[in-house]
Design a protein around this ligand. Sequence first.
Ligand SMILES: [Zn+2]
Ligand SMILES: [Zn+2]
Length: 127
Amino acid sequence: MKLPITGGCLCGAVRYEASEAPVSVVWCHCASCRRHTGAPAAVYADFRRAAVRFAGVEPTRFASSPGALRGFCGACGSTLSFEGESQPDLINVHLGSLDNPGDFPPSEAVHTEGRLAWFCDAPDGCD
Ligand SMILES: [Zn+2]
Ligand SMILES: [Zn+2]
């Protein structure tokens, strides 16, 4: 893993860099993440907020519930981040927005009660 860790949106308007490794990399199976990403589940790299710097434009932030801000690119719509009141020192960055997401395998899953029934069995090209 090379520092800083970099990422951004599809159109390149929002770029960010993290000066240190994520504290965790986590699948989230909650319905809000599913809706926000349009994907069956989300994977986040959780960084200390102080270690992440946005270059250029900041993500547009949408309050999906009280105390929960979901960030996306206002120009291209790419899903980018989650910031929660309950974890003020962290910013969760959507793994697919990293330049090298393959460097960061998830090590846990949360809200598994919301996991889609077919999730673990569906063909995904790994076989
Ligand atoms: Zn963009
Ligand atoms: Zn979630």
